[in-house]
Design a binder for this molecule. Sequence first.
Ligand code: UFG
Length: 344
Amino acid sequence: MGKRILVTGGAGYIGSHTAVELQNAGYEVIIVDNLSNSNENVIDGIERITGVRPAFERLDCNDKEGMQAVFTKYPGIEGIIHFAASKAVGESVQKPLLYYRNNLVSLLNLLDLMPQFDVKGIVFSSSCTVYGQPDILPVDESAPIKPALSPYGNTKQICEEIINDTIHAGAPFRAILLRYFNPIGAHPSAEIGELPLGVPQNLIPYLTQTAMGIRKELSVFGNDYNTPDGSCIRDYINVVDLAKAHVIAMNRMIERKAADNVEVFNLGTGRGVSVLELINSFERATGVAVPHKIVGRREGDIEQVWANPERANNVLGWTAVESLDDTLASAWRWQEKLRERGIM
Ligand code: UFG
């Protein structure tokens, strides 16, 4: 058996793709997920891809005694990848206490338990949201942290600070903070992918559901931004590429190769793509039309952000390799699979 890794939120979108890559790399994966925004059949998908069923515990990371019992049941967990969090920006504005409680208490519990169970390191899911609208693009890790635009974004900033403070106070473990840009796409097998509950808030699930005819048309939020075509620009990164970076980060921590006790890396492609360009790419990659219309701006949207991923490229030896077209085609195959299975 390989080294044991605890993956919180491992039934979720990025968590499930990371569980697959960890298992492919020989790790033994233990998933803790309360299924608040996911489904247990994701575990079946992971098993179908890898041939190995990860251990699964349905549990809320805010339940400290429950988490303690997990560490006791699976002795020798060497690392944690902490995905479990509430992530809807709009909902966080409506329910700030829910977001602060879910996202902060779960991290506090893990950091408390790690020394007790001799866990060597934690990889934390952070976000480019910490940069707000950067003054310099592409944005690198030294850019200033801007005041958060939502309680969700604030929890990512506070969690980064909590980890930094804990380690600087001498905690006997290491941490790597991964700042994701916009993860999209699905596993090439179409066995796992993004499955938002209800009406999608994010661009790609809304787009693929529109292409499928589930939604009438995609609203493009604004074409009067200061960008070449007027629509917002993001750095869309393939979710499998993103997942692979977690395996590299985990290896680095466990093998004590990290230069510092806390390291931070941007995970992006380095390429900015506008909403309108993305729609065109999807139509080109799949041959399927996406009915869309321009509407007003969405409150709180950043105009443009894309990564300088050089630190991850040079230090981790990781680069995003999947093309945008292949990634969009994978998102479409996943949407088709959901239709075949009668899920959507
Ligand atoms: N967009 C549309 N129409 C839609 C949905 C989105 O035009 O129906 C546009 C948005 O305006 C934005 C782009 O598509 O320009 C991407 O929007 P997403 O909602 O997919 O992603 P965001 O960049 O807004 O959000 C991401 C993460 C959040 C994170 C946030 C920080 O999903 O977790 O970045 O800004 F907090």
